[in-house]
Structure formats: C-alpha cells, structure tokens
Write a protein that binds this ligand. Structure first.
Ligand code: MLT
Length: 213
C-alpha cells in the first residue's frame, strides 16, 4: 500500500455503477458525514471519503483559517497538494476509474475541492461544489486545464458564511480557464435543501455531457 494513502483517514465504499464520488465534508464533519448524501446523489456509486487533516477547536477541516472567511492561503495550497497526492494513491489502490470520478464538496470541503482543481487541473475533472467560494481578490490560476472540467456550483442566496460575490468569483475562475460551469443560486442559506439534491442528481445523470475525456 502506498504511504500516500495514509495521508487521510478515509472510508471507501465499493459501488456497482463504475462511478465514484469523492466526498469532502464541511467544518466539524468527518469521513462519515456525507456518505448518506453520496448514496442519494448517485445510488450504487462507490464512495471515497477522507477526513480533513486540520483541527480547529477539535473540528476537522481541510485547511487552516485565521477566522471565518479568512483563509491561511499557504496552508490551502499545501493541503490541496496533499489531497491531490492522496487522491492519486487512492485511485490506484482502489482501482477507481478517474474518468468517472466526481468530487462532491460541502462548504470547507467544496473550497478544498476547488483549490485542488484550480492548482492541479488534471486530478478531478468533475465536481459538485455546494456552498463553495474563493475570496473575491483571488488571482486567476496559472494552470489551464488540458481537458475542461465540468462543475456544478450550488450557492445559497442568503448564505451568511459564503458571500455570493465570493461564490461568483469561483465560478468565474473556472469559466476563465475554459471549464464548463453551471452555477445556480438557490433561495436559501448555508444548509442544503431538497433543491440541492434535485439539481445535483439530475446534473450527475447527464453523463452524456462528457463526450471526450
Ligand atoms: C471555509 O472555512 O472553508 C468556509 O468559510 C466554510 C466553512 O466554514 O467551512
């Protein structure tokens, strides 16, 4: 077993559809948190779910922050690289079809997924980012995708934790490098709603959306 696989405590639940969801929890969650959501989003998909390696007052996260919405950018970069390294090891170890791998991140998990995809464009090409963002001032990433990623972003219009301008900045960053982004703003806050479930499942079912990988 590669040492890189031990970077994250994680759960792997095998599936029977060929698809795998990479589940990335929010602050205070763990590797078990999003398993029920993953089963609803894509019944029968394999589920790969790591726990964030940072502890904030005992709450697991995927990167350090100084305060709510004030990220330690050096740590974001380091942890995004670490997650990518772990993910490559997990893909090899569990025999995951990387062409049928979709990241599903909620809040802090969406933010680390976005950081990883923007820094390392070829590790995950498909993502559902629930209540994700970057800071408005975030510079466009240098690395362009060789193959465009497909991203569904779902934001809450009244989310007190994720300002809409920051969510829009993230969708712009993906679009600027040629990724295909669908960004829907829902009449809700930070919590997920049945509308998130409906949009995510129908987006995932549009498998024909990728014709060339
Ligand atoms: C973050 O820290 O990534 C975001 O502010 C969301 C969260 O509180 O997890």
């Amino acid at each position: 077993m590669s040492n890189d696989l031990s970077i994250h405590t994680h759960v792997f639940e095998p599936g029977n559809t060929g698809r795998t969801l990479l589940l990335l929890h929010g602050t205070g969650g763990d590797e078990h948190d999003l398993l029920p959501l993953g089963r609803k989003f894509a019944p029968g998909a394999a589920l790969l779910s790591p726990r964030g390696n940072v502890l904030e007052n005992g709450m697991p996260r995927f990167f350090k922050r100084y305060a709510e919405g004030v990220f330690d950018l050096e740590d974001v970069a380091f942890r995004a690289g670490e997650l990518a390294k772990w993910l490559r090891a997990a893909i090899a170890h569990y025999g995951i079809d990387a062409r049928k791998l979709t990241a599903v991140g909620y809040s802090n998990g969406a933010n680390i997924a976005a950081a990883m995809m923007l820094r390392e464009p070829d590790v995950v090409k498909d993502a559902i980012l629930l209540r994700g963002m970057v800071k408005v001032e975030a510079p466009a990433p240098g690395a362009a995708s060789t193959i465009p990623a497909q991203v569904l972003m779902l934001s809450g219009e009244n989310d007190p934790i994720i300002p809409l301008a920051n969510a829009r900045r993230l969708s712009t960053l993906f679009a600027q490098r040629g990724d295909r982004v669908q960004h829907d703003v829902l009449p809700t806050g930070h919590q997920l709603t049945p509308q998130d479930l409906a949009l995510a499942t129908s987006w995932l079912q549009g498998d024909q959306r990728r014709t060339v990988w």
